[in-house]
Design a protein around this ligand. Structure first.
Ligand SMILES: [Zn+2]
Length: 465
């Protein structure tokens, strides 16, 4: 009997081991030894594609051309504003902006949801003790890792730091308002410390963007010097990999968050960027949403179930049928989405208790409709979507105004289309009031008249006496 029990237990153990084997040991099949590659994702903030190519042609970026074998690919930003917050968010997640809540440097509504970024996913996929992850960036404004710092202090729609979920989930997470010469040494130190570990690291240099905004613009010598500085640090990273003997097992992906307005001091419409790599499997141009899938492919994680599903495809594989055509039709749609109609409540209404807010909006490529009360996001759905032909949304939301303070409140519907790199959101705003209604003037004037008359009569009577 006892022996039988032991046998059953052994059988059960074997059965569960077989059942859960794939979940416990990702990627490596029985008897097969796949070498795990390290991945370094490098960011050069605000490098315009055309200017990069000019510099390559003049031989100014030797490290970039040599490490990538001069294979530089075109990347286009499509769905979100061409700036820092939205660019790095998409690069580090692989999601269109309405899944992360970061449309641009002004319109961001909350931190990136937990476990959406590459380093967090790498930790949970390989196991916290099996891999080391780093996020070393030099941009205090726009890439905060902690609430109440940098740009979060004055956020219009939220005060949440975009990367606030990272510090507790990954191994090294630093951000500071620093140029390459300050953040570079920390990156080399990270590599040195992880010579014998499997790792993923994101290294970000803010210098070109800073020079473009504040040191003479896109066509200045300072802008070029900043890009050369980035190239020098790329050289130091490559030297370090050689010195610790891990060049062969380390993939490098290098890209920018956005380009720069030609000859300008800003990047309001700058969707043209680049992608360079030593990963010889990369073989096509793409959209910025393809960068994270490319990194996952390099790490051996492509094909896993991502929740939610990623919006892009690795640059190592051809796009599924129809995707390129769909992308081109969105890029061709440069019309701003039409403004939403707020059906109820009416503008100027007094509100109390539960307020039924309803609206509708439509656009050829409508992608998101957000409902805000006094600039705070209340709901991004679920709405009723009708996608036959022009995309139409009917939205309704119950706003509980029972315990809000007296005063005026704005109700806003922001409508976005899929070509957000060029098309800013349309905005519809009404103002409503929470108050104990004032004594209406329609009653007030007659009442005053009556009181005056009565007083006059009384006075007259008294006078007679
Ligand atoms: Zn900038």
């Amino acid at each position: 009997m006892r022996r039988k029990g032991v046998l059953i237990l052994v059988a059960l153990a074997l059965f569960s081991a077989v059942m859960f084997y794939p979940a416990m040991t990702p990627q490596i099949a029985k008897g097969e030894q796949i070498e795990r590659k390290n991945v370094i994702l490098i960011g050069w903030d605000g490098v315009q594609r055309n200017h990069l190519f000019e510099m390559i042609n003049r031989g100014l970026l030797g490290n970039l051309t040599s490490f990538s074998n001069n294979r530089i690919f075109n990347i286009t930003v499509m769905d979100h504003g061409t700036d820092t917050k939205a660019g790095w968010t998409q690069i580090l997640t692989g999601y269109k902006w309405w899944k992360t809540g970061v449309f641009n440097n002004v319109y961001w509504f909350h931190s990136i949801p937990q476990n959406y970024t590459i380093p967090e996913r790498v930790e949970s996929y390989f196991g916290v003790n099996q891999v080391n992850t780093g996020f070393i960036v030099g941009k205090l404004e726009h890439m905060e890792i902690q609430d109440g710092t940098g740009d979060t202090v004055n956020g219009r729609y939220t005060r949440e730091a975009i990367y606030k979920n990272l510090p507790s989930a990954i191994d090294v997470c630093t951000n500071g308002a620093q140029g390459a010469n300050m953040v570079g040494p920390s990156m080399l130190q990270f590599l040195e410390n992880n010579a014998n570990n499997h790792f993923f690291a994101f290294f970000q240099f803010s210098d070109p963007d800073t020079a473009g905004h504040f040191q003479g613009g896109e066509n200045s010598a300072q802008y070029e010097q900043a890009i050369v500085r980035c190239d020098n640090w790329l050289g130091q990273i490559l030297n370090k990999l050689n010195a610790i003997n891990i060049t062969q097992k380390t993939l490098i992906y290098l890209t920018a968050d956005h380009g720069f307005d030609e000859g300008g001091n800003n990047h309001l419409n700058a969707p043209y960027i680049f992608f360079a790599t030593n990963d010889m499997n990369v073989n096509r141009n793409g959209d910025q949403v393809d960068v994270a899938p490319t990194v996952y492919y390099g790490l051996g994680m492509w094909g896993e179930n991502f929740n939610p599903a990623l919006d892009g495809y690795p640059l190592q594989v051809t796009l599924p049928d129809g995707v390129e055509q769909e992308r081109q039709s969105i890029l061709a749609d440069t019309t701003k989405p039409s403004a939403a109609s707020i059906v109820s409540p009416t503008s100027g209404a007094y509100v109390a208790e539960n307020v039924s807010v309803t609206f509708n909006v439509s656009d050829q490529h409508l992608s998101a409709a957000l409902l805000l009360v006094s600039n705070t996001l209340k709901a991004e759905g679920p709405w009723i979507w009708n996608r036959s032909g022009t995309v139409k949304v009917d939205g309704s939301y119950t706003w509980n105004a029972t315990s809000i303070n007296e005063g005026s409140y704005t109700i806003t519907v922001l409508a976005f289309d899929e070509h957000g790199a060029n098309n800013s959101p349309s905005t519809t705003t009404i103002t409503v009031y929470k108050a104990i209604p004032e004594f209406p003037t329609s009653i007030m004037l007659p009442s005053l008249l009556v009181i005056t008359l009565l007083s006059a009569i009384l006075l007259k009577k008294r006078h007679k006496i």
